[in-house]
Design a protein around this ligand. Structure first.
Ligand SMILES: CC(C)(COP(=O)(O)OP(=O)(O)OC[C@H]1O[C@@H](n2cnc3c(N)ncnc32)[C@H](O)[C@@H]1OP(=O)(O)O)[C@@H](O)C(=O)NCCC(=O)NCCS
Length: 402
């Protein structure tokens, strides 16, 4: 790699409900919010990418790049909209990196957003089940209402049967993540706590989402509004921004891989593309899984957190849930995973998630997280963002500049 790429700034909205904020306002706020972090004007940005997944279906809005170019200072610049389901945010980050490496500019902005709730903050779970279902293979939709919860309920059942893990092991992941979110003021479930007993008991909102399959409400990520933005820069870009390298984080490794959309016929417990992308990111960063002690992984459902822990290389296939139960994913454990609260408790504004993962790791590496969830000795951080049923994976490895 001849050019190094750095994260110069990160900003996000509170995840949860953006109420009557419109899509143009969301994108304008995302740009101004991240620029204010380092006190620069949008005009300093050379290029950008914006990721979202439900903009057409839930917001009736396309050409998001044109809305970004509406922000004074960004007009006439190379900006593109990208979509890779729940990995749209990660893909927006990669898109900016590729443009900076390709000589399009020195400073870029990556934005991810999703507006999944209405003006009153309410959500239509069945509609969301349907529109997120467009990110599955058409052969795998018939007969399913909540398509993604249903597909992951099947993966969860498979995980339990093949590895002999228990529903309680997976529920513990959600419990830990709610505990982390308590200390993340920007997390959707910041004011909610659950016990293992609650996560296991079928009562109130906690139900089996699909009859005959083990996935319960508390195994699921949230329906969330939110946006997240990063300013990325080359070394020349940092000079233009007037930011010292020591205030930044280097994106030392990154890779993307996409597996066939259909879940049937693939081993989703050991997803080929995800492992490949993670391995490539480690190789590029010249890092090993053992070096990583901070991570944000794509826990769209508790079973995905278990698989993600395995993809990170923190434990072998089938042992991911136990890793959490044994406390190894806690703030002072082997690797502080999803200190933000993860998708389950921080929230999952689909298009913003991949951007927010790097943002959370940026804050950890710079020692800017709340003290209860701040890793004391952050060394190397890793992110794993998934689109679809373990289909499109974006992995990164981050570290403080030498
Ligand atoms: C689990 C799920 C199906 C529940 O949807 P639903 O049945 O329509 O939910 P309900 O209308 O019964 O929700 C009633 C209340 O339950 C709670 N609730 C819903 N989902 C919840 C979840 N995942 N975790 C915790 N509480 C939840 C909320 O308090 C909700 O009230 P709200 O409107 O203030 O948010 C939905 O949360 C879901 O689809 N999650 C996964 C999202 C997803 O697939 N993302 C993409 C991943 S690849």
């Amino acid at each position: 790699m001849n050019q190094r790429i750095y994260i110069a700034a990160y900003n996000q909205s509170k995840f949860g409900k953006l109420m009557d904020m419109t899509v143009p306002q969301i994108l304008a706020n995302a740009v101004s919010g991240v620029c204010q972090e380092i006190k620069v004007e949008p005009s300093v940005i050379d290029t950008g990418s914006v990721g979202s997944a439900c903009n057409f279906t839930l917001n009736q809005q396309g050409l998001l790049s044109g809305l970004m170019a509406t922000v004074p200072g960004l007009e006439g610049k190379p900006i593109e909209s990208v979509e890779n389901a729940c990995a749209s945010g990660g893909q927006a980050v990669l898109s900016v990196i590729y443009k900076l490496l390709g000589g399009v500019g020195d400073v870029g902005i990556a934005i991810g957003y999703e507006k999944m709730r209405n003006q009153e903050g309410k959500m239509d779970g069945k509609l969301i089940g349907e529109v997120l279902g467009y990110y599955s293979h058409p052969n795998e939709r018939p007969g399913k209402v909540f398509i993604f919860p249903h597909l992951f309920a099947e993966i969860m059942q498979c995980y339990l049967q093949v590895y002999g893990a228990s529903e309680s092991d997976l529920a513990q992941i959600a419990v830990n993540e709610y505990q982390n979110a308590k200390y993340n003021p920007l997390a959707q479930m910041n004011k909610v706590q659950i016990t293992l007993e609650q996560a296991m008991k079928i009562e109130g909102i906690n139900r089996y989402v699909v009859d005959g399959l083990p996935l319960k409400t508390y195994d699921c990520s949230q329906i969330t509004d939110g946006y997240a933005a990063l300013i990325l820069a080359t070394e020349e870009g940092l000079r233009k921004l007037g930011i010292a390298k020591s205030e930044c984080v280097e994106i030392a490794g990154y890779a993307q891989a996409t597996d066939p959309l259909q879940k049937e016929g693939r081993n989703t417990l050991v997803p080929t593309g995800a492992y490949r992308a993670m391995r490539k990111a480690y190789e590029m960063a010249d890092a090993l899984p053992a070096d990583v002690n901070v991570a944000e992984i794509h826990d769209c459902f508790t079973v995905a957190a278990a698989i993600g822990t395995e993809v990170l290389g923190k434990t072998s296939p089938g042992k991911g849930a136990r890793y959490w139960v044994e406390g190894k994913a806690s703030v002072d454990g082997d690797c502080a995973i999803n200190m933000s609260g993860g998708l389950i408790a921080k929230g999952h504004p689909v298009g913003a998630t991949g951007v927010a993962m790097l943002g959370s790791c940026f804050r950890q590496l710079k020692g800017k997280a709340s003290k209860e969830i701040q890793r004391k000795d952050p060394k190397v951080a890793a992110t794993f963002n998934i689109g679809g049923a373990l289909c499109a994976s974006v992995c990164t490895v981050l570290r403080n500049p030498a």
